[in-house]
Design a protein around this ligand. Structure first.
Ligand code: ADP
Ligand code: ZN
Length: 609
């Protein structure tokens, strides 16, 4: 089967990209990296999640003589990576602690006899004397060190075995090494270079922007309902991740979503290993599964068709937020990063920092990180600019975040701010937002009466402003350092608030969009169907993919990604030759699945013809 991609012979790298992987062109710096490594150079690749790092070592492994050795810490995911490569006709295998002994010796023999293009190994296995001896006897194309930031002792993913990987350079000085990571900061980068002895490696640094991800932050009002509305209006039937802070909330949210008829499962460190594995598997293999999880979930999950990541609680830092949201849309199709955020979150995070036993120096750093995160949540303009600036990149307004799409209205909140400050002061600077708002609204709650707060001069003076606007206003004042939060969540005055309290300075605030509390109008659907006919074809194509995935016992996206199915929907190929032109359809997949999908397309054309 010779696909009819192009007449002139392409360069070997491009040829492999087209025929094996079925992609028409390299992305970003992929080509430069592939050529550099294929020619024997060392490389450090810094690329965001979804940037396409895998091809940077997979293609050189195929181009060079011998087997590419891929070091990866994510044992659970090796199997899927290897299955995906096998479907492309690549001779790939993996070695980790899950394999039977017999199976291990088969793979070792294949390696020695030159029958493997690529071998994935866990770092602890790589360093064993047995494997080192094997490496000495086999022909090696290159070493790829995936998730290279695991070598950093300061990161949260530190793996002691990674430190020893420098041995590779000492033992095999002539074999190229490529280290890859999505962690961008300078300290980690320097540490990778030093520990892996990559001083002579060429560094390939990509932009960390993820243009296909739309960022939205909504005011927390009724978070579950907001989440449900967000999912219903924009992500019906899609795969997504919902992050919560606590295990309890994970359980409750998953249960609630299931009750609403959604295909949601919980995931957190308190579940036993088997349940966790089952739920993770459902998510990876299934089509349209929602994972409700603590941050224990996600590292190394390379499911490309996660259409949304929702945060019901504040993440730990902007770095964490970027990592977590980065799990959406690796296939470059439109995706959403959605977060519901409220004053209570802020108070909780502040309390956690202040009450922890950590040394002052650590607390200081944590406070700074929280402030950076607040700067993002309270951003008066483009969120992407804030995010990228934090990672040292400059950009212009993106047009694909809530702030760009519906710029916020501001209002002169000078008087309201003064009323709030005065209420905080008169009630003794120790009450939380809820109680303060009750006073401002003039509600005689038991707590108000018990403390005698109905007699304060500010009792009931804030009725013209709604509860939602009050809590937003208080939050903005906290974010701007006018109000502080004590370790019990009580609000207190800070020095910079004086001019406002005295009525000498004005305070402009952002208005909450009360009309669309779910933020639903500002997020778009992944695929807009032009007609019922298109919708029916999409369902049929997905159905065919699901069937083939089950037959081959692989995740659905490994058969064909959404991007490829979308092209089938748009271009309606009528022959194998036309099918081969779609992105993601390589020679082997064309041979294996081409006919079945053509049948679906033909059957559909007959029905709607
Ligand atoms: P990373 O490891 O950097 O997170 P991957 O290597 O998993 O990213 O690639 C992300 C997605 O992009 C995958 O679905 C992959 O098949 C796809 N992809 C990578 N390179 C290309 C390309 N040149 N053309 C089309 N799709 C690509
Ligand atoms: Zn923007």
């Amino acid at each position: 089967m010779q696909p009819t991609l192009d007449a002139a012979p392409a360069a070997p790298a491009l040829d492999t990209l087209r025929h094996v992987f079925g992609y028409p062109a390299f992305r970003g710096q992929q080509q430069a990296i592939v050529e550099h490594v294929a020619n024997g150079g060392d490389a450090l690749v810094l690329m965001p999640t979804g940037g396409g790092k895998s091809l940077c070592y997979q293609i050189p492994s195929l181009l060079r003589e011998g087997c590419g050795i891929v070091v990866s810490p994510l044992i659970a995911l090796m199997q899927d990576q290897v299955s995906a490569l096998k479907l492309l006709g690549v001779r790939a295998a993996f070695l980790n602690s899950t394999l039977e002994l017999e199976h291990v010796s088969v793979i070792e023999r294949e390696l020695l006899e030159g029958e493997l293009d690529m071998l994935y190994v866990a770092p602890e296995r790589l360093m064993t004397p047995r494997f080192q001896q094997l490496l000495g006897q086999a022909r090696i194309a290159l070493f790829a060190i995936d998730e290279a930031h695991c070598v950093s002792q300061w990161g949260h993913d530190f793996r002691p075995e990674y430190i020893q990987l420098s041995v590779l350079h000492e033992r095999f000085p002539n074999i190229p090494r490529v280290a890859l990571t999505a962690t961008a900061d300078n300290a980690t980068r320097a540490e990778i270079i030093e520990r892996l002895q990559l001083q002579h490696a060429e560094v390939f640094l990509s932009s960390f922007d993820r243009p296909n991800i739309r960022y939205t932050v909504v005011e927390k009002d009724n978070p579950r309902k907001q989440l449900l509305r967000f999912i219903r209006s924009t992500h019906e039937g899609d795969s997504g991740i919902v992050y919560c802070l606590s295990r309890k909330k994970v359980e409750e949210t998953a249960k609630w979503l299931r009750g609403e008829g959604l295909n949601a499962y919980p995931y957190h460190a308190g579940l036993d290993a088997e349940t966790r594995a089952t739920h993770q598997n459902k998510f990876i293999r299934g089509d349209g599964v929602i994972m409700v999880a603590t941050v224990a979930f996600g590292m190394g999950i390379d499911k490309p068709d996660v259409r949304f990541v929702a945060h019901l609680d504040l993440p730990k830092s902007l770095e964490a937020y970027y990592q977590e949201t980065g799990r959406a849309g690796r296939d470059s199709l439109p995706s959403n990063a959605w977060m519901a955020y409220g004053l209570q979150d802020l108070v909780l995070q502040r309390e956690m920092i202040e009450q922890s036993q950590a040394p002052d120096e650590v607390k200081r750093v944590e406070r700074q990180k929280l402030d950076a995160l607040l700067g993002y949540c309270e951003a008066p303009a483009c969120r992407r600019e804030v995010l990228l600036r934090y990672f040292g990149e400059t950009s212009s307004p993106c047009g694909n975040c809530d702030m760009c799409l519906t710029p916020p209205q501001t209002w002169d909140a000078s008087v309201a701010a003064q009323q709030a400050l005065s209420t905080i002061y008169r009630s003794g600077q120790r009450y939380g937002a809820g109680h303060l708002i009750d006073i401002l609204q003039g509600r005689e709650t038991p707590k108000v009466v018990e403390r005698g707060h109905q007699h304060l001069t500010t009792f009931g003076i804030g009725k013209a402003v709604s509860d939602v606007q009050w809590s937003s206003l208080l939050r903005q004042m906290v974010a701007q350092g006018l109000i502080g939060v004590n370790e019990h969540g009580g609000l207190l005055l800070l020095e910079p608030c004086r001019p406002i309290l005295r009525g000498e300075a004005e305070f402009m605030a952002r208005k909450v969009r009360e009309a669309t509390p779910g933020g639903a109008t500002s997020v778009r659907k992944e695929i807009e169907f032009e007609s019922d006919e298109a919708r029916a074809l999409w369902a049929a194509l997905r159905q065919c993919r699901r069937k083939l995935a089950e037959e081959n016992n692989v995740p659905a996206y490994i058969v064909f990604g959404d991007a490829t199915l979308k092209q089938m929907l748009e271009r309606r190929p009528a022959s194998l030759a036309e099918m081969s032109e779609l992105s993601g359809v390589g020679d082997k997949k064309l041979e294996r699945y081409g006919e079945e999908f053509l049948e679906v397309l033909k059957g559909h054309a007959r029905q709607y013809g």
